[in-house]
Design a protein around this ligand. Structure first.
Ligand code: HEC
Length: 236
């Protein structure tokens, strides 16, 4: 009788362990997705994961309580290509139903849609970037936005600051629950944070720099922000 119980106990344990390890198995082996070599100049017909897709995920999905390393909501972490592939089923499949990331983003069900209500959904532009990236093979690619040189004095709001804030900051810094109480959803709000002295230093921190969880801005882009702030944060 004892033996029967202990065999039963051991098999429950084995099944249990198997279940736990399955849950944590990455969905995709990264060996199949080698980092592609750095490609240099940005081709306007290509979508680049590091430059365009990752900032959308970091800004809209990794805020506190969501898909970052600490909180790992639903086991999903969206702070890198590796974690996207490891924690989201079919994340690179160009089938908008199979692909769990796209299914959540495109869902019409209020309790399924990501980012969850009351956050706004991703914009049409962001969604079409994601679709194009999937069509192009969903690789971990990057390009050099400063290829051919970068002018630190080239720092207009309309062509530089606004697109950067929209791509890398607004997901966390807009809506009903802006992170850190900082709103960056329009010119007036960005200007206020620039002129109260918080914007530029937040980008320079040696840890937890902004965009939180994202790549640090390169030196030239940091200088461009500084140029714009020092000029009085004009709406130019
Ligand atoms: C993933 C979410 C997230 C993203 C993306 C993000 N932030 Fe933040 N931000 C936070 C959180 C959380 C805080 C409050 C905690 C802290 O200061 O670290 C914060 C605080 C700040 C502050 C206040 C700093 C202070 O001194 O009080 C500024 C300014 C700021 N962010 C600017 C930005 C800018 C600019 C970007 C884009 C380049 C950005 N953030 C992207 C989450 C984010």
């Amino acid at each position: 009788m004892n033996q029967v119980f202990s065999i039963f106990g051991v098999s429950v344990m084995i099944v249990g362990l198997g279940f736990i390890s399955c849950r944590h198995d990455p969905y995709v082996s990264l060996d199949n997705y080698p980092e592609i070599p750095f490609t240099g100049v940005c081709d306007p017909d290509s979508v680049y994961f590091q430059n365009q897709i990752l900032p959308i995920l970091v800004s809209n999905c990794t805020e506190s309580g969501c898909h970052n390393q600490q909180d790992r909501e639903e086991g999903v972490v969206l702070d890198s290509y590796q974690n996207l592939l490891a924690t989201v089923e079919h994340a690179t499949q160009n089938d908008l139903h199979e692909n769990k990331l796209m299914r959540a983003i495109l869902s019409n069900e209020p309790d399924e849609r990501m980012p969850p209500i009351p956050n706004s959904s991703l914009t049409a532009d962001q969604i079409s970037l994601l679709k194009k990236w999937l069509e192009q093979g969903a690789i971990n690619n990057a390009c050099d936005e400063n290829f051919g040189g970068c002018d630190p004095m080239d720092a207009r709001y309309s062509t530089f600051v606004q697109p950067l804030i929209q791509a890398k900051c607004q997901g966390c810094h807009s809506g009903n629950n802006p992170q850190g109480g900082i709103k960056l959803s329009n010119y007036a709000e960005v200007k206020a944070v620039a002129l109260n002295g918080k914007l530029y230093p937040s980008l320079l921190r040696s840890s937890n720099w902004m965009p939180l969880g994202g790549a640090k801005l390169d030196d030239c882009n940091l200088q461009r922000i500084q140029t714009w702030v020092q000029a009085g944060a004009p709406e130019n």
